[in-house]
Design a protein around this ligand. Structure first.
Ligand code: UD1
Length: 421
């Protein structure tokens, strides 16, 4: 058990480089199942969620190891073991591995992933989509038994543009004989990255990033070396932290168009944004302006994964902001911890009203989920005095040494073991 000790109040200044995107790497690891040849994924972050995905790959008989920062994966044989709830419970989005296993082996056995800290996380769209490809799926005491012996391509209309369901179906269609079409597909940049990866292995995916994705199945995919995209949520987290502390910094390794929804909102808080080819500069005032209404939605709208970090920023704004969470039903849990630091946030259902206060004060707070944890770190960096952030294991799921990134920007933050008595 570890904790972060943060002495707040120092404007974050300097330069920092963003890690490779966790949410791009995870489905790409799953897609390695589509080939029996070796894949090298360059410059991957060492994160708990990635470790959990690698555990699932090894459970299926694949070789999956980090060599330095590169991930080497080879699935020349697949063992059709049941992926039990010990594994899916650590990484609920592991469900998107189903499509890849089915495409390659025509059978899969995976425990229902269940809900998590931020919501119920149903998988009905994944199941309906795979059934649309003629996969028979039965729930045997919580284990989804999938029979893809009759699998064939089809046109799948998603009721909602789910990221994971789109990824699952893209992988499912990759080795089928004919064209699979996903209508109302998610358009997130991570979908485009997955398509680029499948195509780098010799696949034929077209339309990724648009609402209709077409996957022309091929009989065989080959190994490749691939560098996944930078992490747009990590980039947004650093920018929000600089804004919250009234700092000035340049964040490198960004695809600026991926974070347009974030930088436009930062400008509205009064920050000055300068966009380079693969970097974004930010210069912020001491106190941000409130946002009349901040609403999360599917890409290219403002991402739900940035909602907590912006709430931490708006906690010190001049004026009141309203935040509406449209994706997950339980994503404001962290606000009670922010209130311990002197924030004035009230939550009803999916709406938070954030009455900006002049100063936040250091406190002992506990992260209960990944992005909520990042919000607590941002608030602590901008608060007067010392904070202790517990529950760091949640933050480690998605940020590779968050303390190193913020230290590079001059933040006074360090990690310490937590006493266990
Ligand atoms: C991915 C991201 C996650 C991000 C989310 C939304 C990864 C590993 N995770 O999660 O960080 O917050 O996109 O941008 O990439 N839904 C259903 N039925 C389904 C599937 C989803 O009702 O079968 C609902 C979910 O409960 C949620 C919404 O659709 O309310 C969005 O979920 P989805 O786009 O599938 O997100 P994930 O792929 O789980």
């Amino acid at each position: 058990m570890q904790k972060l000790i943060i002495d707040g109040g120092t404007p974050l200044c300097g330069e920092v480089t963003v890690q490779t995107a966790k949410n791009a790497v995870l489905p790409i690891i799953a897609a390695c199942i589509l080939t029996d040849e070796r894949v090298v994924l360059e410059n991957c972050p060492h994160l708990k969620d990635i470790d959990a995905m690698l555990d699932i790959m090894r459970h299926l008989g694949c070789y999956a190891e980090f060599i330095g920062d590169d991930l080497h994966i080879c699935c020349n044989d697949i063992a059709l073991n049941v992926i039990n709830s010990d594994l899916t419970g650590k990484l609920r989005s592991s469900i998107f591995i189903m499509g890849a296993i089915l495409s390659r082996c025509r059978r899969a056995y995976i425990s229902h992933p269940g809900g998590c800290e931020i919501g119920l996380r149903p998988i009905d769209l994944h199941i309906a989509g795979l059934r649309g490809l003629s996969v028979k799926i039965e729930d045997d005491s919580g284990v989804l038994c999938c029979d893809g012996s009759q699998m064939r391509p089809n046109v799948i209309n998603l009721d909602f543009a789910s990221v994971g369901a789109t990824e699952n179906l893209m992988m499912a269609g990759a080795l089928l004989d004919g064209e699979t079409v996903i209508v109302n597909a998610a358009r997130e940049p991570e979908i485009v990255d997955l398509a680029c990866f499948i195509n780098a292995m010799g696949g034929h995916v077209a339309g990724a990033g648009e609402s209709v994705v077409r996957i022309e199945g091929v009989p065989h995919l080959h190994g490749c070396t691939y560098r996944p995209m930078p992490d747009r949520i990590c980039a947004g987290t650093y920018l929000a932290a600089v804004a919250a502390t009234g700092g000035e910094a340049v964040i490198h390794n960004i695809v600026p168009e991926h974070i347009f929804g974030i930088t436009e909102r930062l400008k509205k808080t009064g920050a000055k944004i300068s966009v380079g080819d693969d970097s974004v500069g930010i210069a912020a005032n001491d106190r941000p302006r409130a946002l009349h209404k901040l609403e999360t939605n599917i890409y290219p709208a403002f991402p739900t994964d940035m909602q907590p970090q912006f709430c931490a920023l708006l906690a010190r704004a001049s004026g009141s902001s309203v935040i509406v969470e449209n994706l997950f039903e339980n994503r404001f849990g962290y606000t009670s911890e922010l209130n311990k630091m002197g924030a004035a946030i009230t939550v009803k259902d999916r709406v938070a009203v954030v009455r900006g206060v002049k100063t936040l004060n250091g406190a002992v707070v506990k992260a209960c989920d990944l992005r909520g944890g990042a919000a607590l770190v941002i608030a602590a960096l901008s608060a007067a005095g010392r904070s202790v952030v517990l529950g760091v294991e949640h933050i480690d799921r998605g940020y590779e040494s968050i303390e190193d990134a913020f230290s590079a920007l001059g933040g006074k933050i360090r990690r310490e073991p937590r006493a266990t008595c």
